[in-house]
Write a protein that binds this ligand. Sequence first.
Ligand SMILES: N[C@@H](CCC(=O)N[C@@H](CS)C(=O)NCC(=O)O)C(=O)O
Length: 82
Amino acid sequence: MTEPDELLELYQFEGCPYCGKVRQKMTKLGLDFIARQVDKKDRTRVEEVSGQANVPVLVDPNTDTVMPESSDIVEYLEEHYG
Ligand SMILES: N[C@@H](CCC(=O)N[C@@H](CS)C(=O)NCC(=O)O)C(=O)O
């Protein structure tokens, strides 16, 4: 497995099933990450980083990647860190 040098960041909130899917994948891969808490009713934080309002969004500073869509994120994590 490739170990990321810098911590991955996940924009998310508890109770979002798509976020849960990504958190589960990161846990399975043994990845440390920063959970960036997004307010369910105020998406300013995730909009600023990704240009859209949905969560989850993964930020990987190791590859300069900012990625929405849980299925794409899971695939990305497997490819890079699986
Ligand atoms: N297809 C997206 C769906 C993500 C999604 O619908 N996330 C919800 C939270 S669980 C969301 O942010 N919805 C937009 C909103 O509530 O404004 C994915 O798989 O990541």
